[in-house]
Design a protein around this ligand. Structure first.
Ligand code: FAD
Length: 346
């Protein structure tokens, strides 16, 4: 079986990995001149299914719990299992209580426990939630490493190739993220703006989330004293430069978390468009023989491993002659019955 995957974002690369691991002949084409030409490049890299459950369906927790193990097994050394710390300014403690009421898998920390975990925050917060089982990675390093690994596994890449011909392939899988908006009427874009700050005055070992009334901020530590600061959530498929307002709000929130961020250098500003379906859950859909894997919304790094595994199983079972596009495959992701979605009764 020869499979063409369009799109070398996290969706396309994880799927390529699952297929190549089963000895499928895979070609990945990418519009940009490198892997990660879309939203994946701007992600925080949080593998945080318990925190995300605050405003995500249970499937995100269910499917996302295996993500850290998948990344660890595929790219050893990339995953940092340090948990997530969630704090709120003293006047917004009610937000912390509300966050706790909508999530699970955390411990309440007192001031001295926060200080022990993240000494840079010493004396700043009286209470926090600590999600010990969560993890994070650097998305750009992970994308580059996965690309390299796939090349070593025999996967063929074609960059600068938005219109690569389909001739000669048994299956074509579209993993083009927000670029598929317009071709897939259910898909919409959710713009996410981010910054990279650099400072020697703050050290974090893990993602820190600040429950802020306007922008729920998170800061993910990178190497070289850098921090990814994210992210806005704007219903738009505009991937243009960060707006002045978003820049101000993200910086204000970072400053509220720690005033030393006020002196940090702004290394980068950027934005990506998160591809999302109405229920904000990823999906497989099949139309005219083309499989589409899309809709990862805020959860590409978190959910792509599980979805890639399921999509690969689906393809492999269709190769083995099982019924295609019918009830043999039942993704745990909840969907309304719809004939265009694999797993629905047709
Ligand atoms: C600011 C921000 C922070 C985020 N933080 C997190 C996080 O902490 N954790 C998490 O799990 N998720 C996070 N996400 C979400 C995550 O980034 C997305 O869910 C994920 O990147 C979607 O991956 P994708 O591969 O579907 O799309 P993309 O990454 O957009 O990849 C699609 C690829 O297809 C290529 N392409 C387009 N057209 C064509 C064509 N015709 N032919 C070939 N290639 C084509 C594009 O160039 C691109 O490389 C974040 C997103 C943003 C914007």
């Amino acid at each position: 079986m020869r499979v063409l995957i369009r799109g070398a974002g996290v969706a396309g690369l994880t799927l390529a990995h699952e297929l190549a691991s089963s000895s499928i002949n895979v070609v990945v084409t990418e519009k940009a001149n490198r892997a990660g030409g879309g939203a994946s490049w701007f992600a925080g890299g949080m593998l945080a299914p318990w925190c995300e459950r605050e405003n995500a369906p249970g499937a995100v927790l269910q499917l996302g719990q295996t993500a850290a193990d998948w990344w660890d097994a595929v790219l050893p050394g990339h995953v940092k299992r340090k948990g997530t710390l969630v704090v709120a300014p003293p006047r917004d403690t009610a937000d912390l209580v509300r966050f706790a009421s909508r999530t699970s898998g955390f411990d309440w920390l007192k001031a001295e426990e926060i200080d022990a975990l993240e000494p840079s925050l010493a004396g700043r917060f009286g209470k926090a939630l600590y999600f010990a089982h969560e993890a994070h990675l650097d998305p750009r390093r992970a994308i580059n490493a996965l690309h390299e690994k796939l090349v070593g596994m025999g996967v063929c890449f074609r960059f600068d190739a938005p219109d690569f011909p389909e001739k000669g392939f048994d299956r074509v899988i579209d993993c083009t993220g927000a670029r598929a908006i317009g071709n897939d009427p259910r898909l919409r874009g959710v713009r996410g703006e981010m910054l990279v700050l650099e400072t020697l005055d703050v050290q974090f070992s893990r993602p820190v989330r600040l429950l802020h009334p306007r922008i729920p901020l998170y800061i993910v530590p990178r190497t070289n004293n850098r921090f990814m600061v994210g992210a806005t959530m704007i219903e738009s498929d505009d991937s243009g430069p960060v707006s002045a307002r978003s820049l101000m709000e993200l910086l204000n929130a970072a400053y509220a978390l720690h005033p030393a961020f006020g002196e940090a250098r702004v290394i980068e500003t950027g934005s990506g468009v998160r591809p999302a379906y109405p229920d904000n859950l990823p999906a497989f859909s099949e139309q005219d023989g083309m499989l589409r894997v899309n809709g990862f919304y805020r959860h590409g790094f978190l959910l792509a491993p599980a979805i890639a595994r399921m999509a690969a199983e689906r393809l492999l079972s269709s190769r083995a002659g099982k019924s295609e596009g019918h009830t043999t495959f039942a993704p745990p992701v909840h969907r309304q019955p719809d004939s265009s979605y694999i797993g629905a009764s047709q």
